[in-house]
Design a protein around this ligand. Structure first.
Ligand SMILES: NC(=O)C1=CN([C@@H]2O[C@H](COP(=O)(O)OP(=O)(O)OC[C@H]3O[C@@H](n4cnc5c(N)ncnc54)[C@H](OP(=O)(O)O)[C@@H]3O)[C@@H](O)[C@H]2O)C=CC1
Ligand SMILES: CC(=O)[C@](C)(O)C(=O)O
Ligand SMILES: [Mg+2]
Ligand SMILES: [Mg+2]
Length: 329
């Protein structure tokens, strides 16, 4: 394993270069501001007429169209949603690629699954933060950083890795550690993580626990505090000191229940399903499904989003969170 830190990255490789950050959303707003605060020159490519445009202006940028940003830039970072990237690539990016420029991503989906095929005379790299965009900004501001993965898909200049590492340093990731990987490994592990553990697995676990208690006649408010609200407090301990520190902090009663019951909840059947989901990712089956879903104007996504929003957990949670104004961001 190769992991890089601040001393391994040379910011001067990007000094005097123009970096076009396309998109001012979750990752975009964080990368643009962190890079600028690191002393680098950033051009924000953001279409007008949206909240994100106003946010970019409020942050002191002068947003231009994606095409204009790409034409002016030496480094182009694609931080619009994955499903939008192939369209933006054809319309605004490809016509403005010149030999020696570097095209960058924060996730490998479109390159790995062949939705974007760049010309051979440019560098193609990735710096993928292992955390949500808003934390990429928040951590940077307090002198810390969110770890990231770095990968090189094409090295036309011979300097692709060093330039990508400079970028990783610019967004603050090198403070926490930047692990070298490939587009394939990043794409497959990122999709697996968000589907099975971080987002899909956790949401399903919370809902199953909540529903079990409510169906047994317990108060939904108590079920919410127990199975959802307190999760953050427990995860914070794991984040700080691993499972051992979490188990040190909880009662012996909780720890015994954890050790004996946890593996029954997440048993062999769950792991078997995880393996099937991983295979769908590796084979491209998930990618095809998601690409077609977008082409069909997202019928499944819309139906599922609606159904989720109507879940009792969300209703009860909104009511309880309103009484804790300090949670609001
Ligand atoms: N979210 C995260 O924390 C993480 C994301 N990533 C990766 O980073 C990349 C960006 O993701 P994320 O930050 O979530 O993206 P967002 O959904 O936050 O991106 C929103 C940005 O894209 C613009 N945009 C959306 N649709 C269009 C369109 N049709 N044409 C032009 N611009 C559009 C938005 O502009 P407007 O306001 O005008 O709609 C806005 O600037 C992805 O590759 C993702 O996989 C990687 C790690 C974590
Ligand atoms: C936040 C993150 O890393 C994710 C879950 O991979 C994503 O938003 O795609
Ligand atoms: Mg991720
Ligand atoms: Mg992801």
């Amino acid at each position: 394993m190769k992991i890089y830190y601040e001393q391994d990255a040379d910011l001067s490789l990007l000094e005097g270069k123009k970096i076009a950050v396309l998109g001012f959303g979750s990752q975009g707003h964080a990368h643009a501001q962190n890079l600028r605060d690191s002393g680098l020159e950033v051009i924000v490519g953001q279409r007008p007429g949206s909240k994100n445009y106003e946010r970019a202006v409020a942050a002191g940028f002068k947003p231009v169209s994606a095409a204009e940003a790409c034409a002016a830039a030496d480094v182009i970072v694609v931080l619009v949603p994955d499903q939008v990237q192939p369209i933006l690539y054809e319309e605004a990016i490809r016509p403005n690629l010149k030999p020696g420029k570097m095209l960058m991503f924060a996730h490998g989906f479109n390159i790995h699954f062949g939705q974007i095929v760049p010309p051979e005379d440019i560098d193609v790299t990735m710096v993928a933060p292992k955390g949500p965009g808003h934390l990429v900004r928040r951590e940077y501001e307090r002198g810390a950083g969110v770890p990231a993965l770095v990968a090189v898909y094409q090295d036309a200049t011979g300097k692709a890795l060093d330039r990508a590492l400079a970028y990783a340093k610019g967004i603050g990731a090198a403070r926490a550690g930047v692990i070298e990987t490939t587009f394939q490994e990043e794409t497959e592990t990122d999709l697996f993580g968000e589907q099975c553990v971080l987002c899909g697995g956790v949401s399903a676990l919370i809902k199953a626990g909540f529903e079990t208690l409510v169906e047994a006649g317990y108060q939904p408010e108590i079920a919410y505090f127990e199975c959802c609200h307190e999760l953050k407090l427990i995860v914070d301990l794991i984040y700080e000191g691993g499972l051992a520190f979490m188990r040190y902090s909880i009662s012996d009663t909780a720890e015994y229940g954890d050790l004996t019951r946890g593996p029954r909840v997440i048993g062999p059947a769950v792991k078997e399903e995880m393996k099937r989901i991983l295979e769908e990712i590796r084979s491209g089956q998930f990618a095809r499904e998601w690409i077609l879903e977008n082409q069909a104007q997202r019928p499944v996504m819309k139906a599922l989003r609606r159904r989720e929003a109507e879940h009792q957990l969300e209703e009860v949670g909104a009511k309880l969170r309103a009484m804790m104004p300090w949670l609001k961001k």
